[in-house]
Design a binder for this molecule. Structure first.
Ligand SMILES: N[C@@H](CCC(=O)N[C@@H](CS)C(=O)NCC(=O)O)C(=O)O
Length: 216
């Protein structure tokens, strides 16, 4: 098969790319990476020395593509389908990229900090860093609340890369920072969970959810 996705079923950034693949029924071979297992880790580091998944390898075109947003851009360009992950109009494409960046940098990365801290051993926690991350997520929720007022998806009627980014950021984010008064953000996550591509991702991840770190 031409496309291989190096991934882990619990990984939020991998979920973002899986949504894009499932949206367009793009055929690919999933390759599960277990960073805790020496052989799997060493093999993956040979492909992408930064050691972060997802990574897409396109054997047919001889390309290795790391970084979730870049992978989705690549899929949109070389394996397009019924869901246009980036609009053709240049201004709308830029706005889509901005929203994708917004979910990654203002929700997703802070969510990783909050969840990552739960895995740290006693004495190794960073409560100030975690509080800062929570405050920043709440600020992001306030903007999402405004943006999603009377909109179905982040860009309006069309499902795009921005929604691929939003789904895992909000799903895992809301475990660390509940939506509270942010009703539009909560309703948006529910719509995302109903979307067949993301529903499939969550169903496949379900057997692994018991591995998620609990709140200390
Ligand atoms: N900017 C990267 C972030 C990828 C990322 O943070 N991946 C996490 C899993 S969700 C990872 O590989 N963690 C393992 C590690 O950093 O060692 C992207 O968008 O793909």
């Amino acid at each position: 098969m031409a496309l291989k996705l190096y991934y882990h079923p619990l990984s939020s950034f991998c979920h973002k790319v899986l949504i894009a693949l499932y949206e367009n029924d793009t055929p690919f071979e999933p390759v599960l990476v277990d960073l805790g297992e020496e052989k799997s880790r060493a093999a993956f580091l040979k492909i992408w020395p930064m050691g972060q998944f997802p990574v897409l390898v396109d054997e047919g075109r001889n390309h290795m593509v790391p970084e979730s947003s870049i992978i989705i851009e690549y899929l949109n360009q070389h394996y397009p389908g019924k869901t246009k992950l980036l609009p053709e109009d240049a201004d709308r494409a830029r706005q889509t990229r901005m929203r994708d960046r917004f979910f990654d940098f203002h929700v997703h990365i802070h969510m990783q900090k909050i969840m990552g801290d739960r895995r740290r051993p006693d004495g190794g926690h960073d409560p100030i860093g975690v509080q800062d991350a929570k405050d920043r997520v709440l600020r992001a929720y306030a903007l999402i609340e405004e943006n999603l007022d009377r909109k179905t998806w982040a860009m309006g009627d069309d499902f795009t890369m921005a929604d691929c980014a939003a789904a895992p950021a909000l799903f895992y984010g809301s475990m660390g920072v509940p939506f509270g008064k942010h009703k539009n953000a909560a309703a948006y996550l529910e719509r995302l969970k109903q979307r067949p591509s993301y529903a499939r991702v969550l169903k496949e991840a379900e057997p692994y959810f018991s591995m998620l770190p609990k709140e200390n």
